[in-house]
Design a protein around this ligand. Structure first.
Ligand SMILES: CC(C)(COP(=O)(O)OP(=O)(O)OC[C@H]1O[C@@H](n2cnc3c(N)ncnc32)[C@H](O)[C@@H]1OP(=O)(O)O)[C@@H](O)C(=O)NCCC(=O)NCCS
Length: 184
């Protein structure tokens, strides 16, 4: 890998006209066209939160993306709106330079005044633990599929979190229809 000037890295919400760039970087990161469908369909769904679609940019090039969308926590006494972080992708030629790290840290830092009590995700505990994610089971939250390994189902509590917020995470239908949940 060559050197990359990370001083020029900017993390920010997407602006008009940038959707194709976000989509392309997501597909390239995962090397999977289904990720393109996933981001398109999330964007068209009730789960979409326009201000929580972020890109990382270096010298005018979109080199990474992360989305936070709505999901539901089915708690013992009510349904609670929560966030799901998915997908997170970095351009393959820039993996391992800290772009993903900056995207996650800087966007989590912007969620301080959100009403949702949690961000959930499926991912490597080795990667996400450094940001403060913990296994969902530690919060008394059940994963939405048995095909998600326990350690991979992770939660990040936000400001409004309290210990009564236990239950089962329910994904929006988009994730199910694209078979984008857990391991096959
Ligand atoms: C995962 C991803 C977003 C990380 O972004 P990145 O900019 O390459 O990563 P960073 O430079 O910020 O961090 C590098 C660190 O992450 C670790 N890492 C990268 N991908 C990892 C993975 N899939 N599992 C565990 N650790 C991983 C590296 O080993 C490195 O660890 P170190 O800091 O201890 O040396 C990026 O590699 C990517 O787009 N991958 C393909 C899509 C994907 O798997 N997305 C996440 C799905 S949950």
């Amino acid at each position: 890998m060559g050197s990359v000037d990370m001083d020029g890295l900017i993390v920010r919400p997407i602006v008009d006209g940038e959707w194709e760039a976000l989509r392309s970087v997501a597909v390239a990161a995962f090397d999977d066209e289904v990720i393109g469908q996933l981001v398109d369909e999330l964007r068209a769904s009730w789960a979409w939160i326009p201000e929580l679609a972020f890109v990382a940019e270096i010298d005018g090039r979109v080199v990474g993306q992360v989305l936070y969308t709505h999901a539901i926590l089915d708690t013992p006494d009510r349904l609670v709106d929560v966030l799901v972080l998915s997908p997170l992708g970095v351009a393959p030629d820039l993996h391992g330079h800290g772009v993903g790290d900056a995207l996650v840290r800087q966007t989590l830092a912007r969620l301080g005044d959100r009403p949702e009590p949690y961000v959930f995700l499926e991912g490597s505990p080795g990667y996400y633990r450094r940001f403060g994610f913990r296994p969902g089971g530690e919060f008394g939250v059940r994963k939405p599929s048995d095909r998600i390994p326990d350690a991979a189902f992770q939660a990040y509590p936000l400001a409004t979190h309290n210990d009564s917020m236990t239950g089962t995470l329910v994904y929006p239908d988009v994730f199910w229809r694209l078979d984008a949940v857990g391991l096959r």
